[in-house]
Write a protein that binds this ligand. Structure first.
Ligand code: ZN
Length: 330
């Protein structure tokens, strides 16, 4: 008989203990919930804060680009169609690719495109034994460039490849021999018609962009450079200098890393809205070929920036050279 109340007591104790444990557990859970909510709220706020910072940075970038564009009009004159563009089928195709490239690189809509910085990679003095390697790299990265070429019979396949692969074929004189080319206006005009008709005969393209050997502010010209510019205007030709020099022709050997730095520094410093980069397609300039993939990869990794060939939608870069860069070309 004495075992029954003891059993009842044990049973009560167990129930009380169970209730105690439940109560403690409940209090613990109730205390934990606000902490979990706090941690969740912290991460959510951090995420929103990061988004705000990113959006603010993008807004600043756009505002800066618009500001530079407005201020930079004294040096970056817009070619537009005022000179009566020669609308060859080749040019039309290139302009379409220009727009297409922008959307391929993740920039939607034409409004955004106008605010995007443009980089034009330009290669002077070709074709050469390096042209095919340069074209292979450009094809590998889906990049279109501009080739300011001279007259070189024997390189017909390279001229044709430049055109077929959607790059802009442009003139850089037939002979590139300063003393002949710039001896007088007759020599200059004769050389101009020679390279223009040579490229037309070779590729069927009527080129409409020109780069003066040595640049438009060169110091080796015997004739008045303004006369040469007036002549090009009469021919509906737009001339381009450059505002970024790779420095690959400053001496016989320039290292790959130096070329990469020379190109990337002004672009990464956000200097302008349009970058026309001077490089050389010439034998002996192998480090230019080696630098090209590195330059393209770094440019393609940048936001709000596209690599485009020279077309009428690119602002012209003219007369912007520091004196020491005038003798840079070989
Ligand atoms: Zn040159």
């Amino acid at each position: 008989m004495t075992g029954i109340p003891e059993n009842n007591n044990n049973h009560r104790r167990q129930r009380i203990n169970r209730l105690k444990r439940m109560l403690i557990s409940s209090i613990f859970v109730l205390m934990l919930i606000p902490n979990i909510l706090c941690v969740a709220a912290f991460f959510r706020i951090s995420g929103l804060d990061r988004q705000i910072r990113e959006l603010t940075a993008r807004l600043d970038g756009i505002a800066m680009a618009v500001s530079i564009e407005t201020q930079g009009s004294s040096t970056d004159r817009y070619a537009g169609n005022g000179s009566g563009a020669i609308e060859t089928s080749g040019d039309v195709i290139v302009v379409e690719q220009d727009e297409m490239l922008a959307s391929q690189q993740g920039i939607a809509g034409t409004d955004d495109y106008e605010e995007v910085r443009k980089v034009c990679l330009t290669f002077d003095d070709g074709p050469s034994g390096n042209t095919d390697a340069i074209l292979d790299i450009l094809a590998q990265y889906g990049v279109k460039a501009t080739f300011f070429v001279n007259g070189k019979p024997g390189y017909e396949a390279q001229y044709q490849r430049i055109v077929d692969e959607g790059h802009t074929l442009a003139m850089h004189s037939y002979s590139h021999r300063y003393q002949e080319l710039y001896s007088d206006m007759d020599a200059f005009t004769e050389d101009f018609f020679e390279i223009q008709s040579f490229l037309m005969d070779t590729t069927g393209i009527q080129c409409r962009y020109y780069r003066f050997p040595g640049g438009s502010s060169n110091t080796v010209c015997n004739v008045n450079m303004q006369d040469c510019i007036d002549f090009l205007n009469e021919q509906d030709i737009v001339y381009f200098d450059w505002n970024v020099s790779s420095g690959d022709a400053t001496r016989n050997y320039v290292s790959t890393s130096q070329i990469v730095n020379n190109v990337m520094m002004p672009v990464e410093n956000n200097s302008w809205n349009t970058y026309v980069v001077l490089m050389h397609d010439a034998v002996g300039k192998e480090t230019t070929v080696e630098a090209l993939p590195i330059i393209i990869e770094r440019l393609q990794a940048m936001d709000n920036l596209v690599i485009v060939p020279i077309t009428d939608s690119v602002h012209t870069v003219q007369h912007v050279l520091p004196e020491e860069e005038n003798a840079m070309e070989d």
